[in-house]
Design a protein around this ligand. Structure first.
Ligand SMILES: [Zn+2]
Length: 137
């Protein structure tokens, strides 16, 4: 992959979200999937990757209440309750993200259930869509 491909990758990723599809990049050499899509395979360093539609199967690995110092009030106004933490999709590596629709009051209960199942949710932001996660219960 070359630098000129970066814009194409970003555009394809966001266009797919508009259609409700969540894409990662799969390494043609070792099969590892990078999500969000990344320029190269972080496992073997191969630069040749191809589009892969994510299965949506994932588990939460960490969860915590958003800290007041860093919490984004306008984000909460748009999406409601949320927590922060990390998710491990079945075919890619762990990533830091937000859990939408989860009250910070549930953090202790949910921590006892790690790794608990979550599913992706596509959220409309100002002019584009983003992928977050919600509880699969
Ligand atoms: Zn690889």
């Amino acid at each position: 992959m070359e630098k000129k491909d970066i814009k194409h990758i970003v555009k394809t990723f966001y266009n797919a979200l508009e259609e409700g599809k969540i894409l990662g990049r799969k390494c043609t050499k070792c099969g590892h999937v990078e999500f969000p899509p990344y320029l190269a395979c972080n496992i073997c360093g191969n630069l040749d990757t191809e589009w892969h539609e994510m299965s949506g199967k994932a588990v939460a690995m960490q969860i915590m209440a958003p800290s007041f110092g860093f919490s984004d009030k306008s984000f909460r106004d748009r999406v409601g309750d949320y927590c922060v933490g990390s998710v491990k999709p079945e075919e890619s590596g762990e990533l830091v993200t937000c859990f939408i629709g989860v009250s910070p009051g549930r953090v202790d209960e949910l921590r006892g259930k790690i790794p608990f199942p979550v599913r992706p949710i596509i959220i409309q932001e100002d002019g584009y869509k983003m992928v977050f996660w919600e509880l699969d219960e």
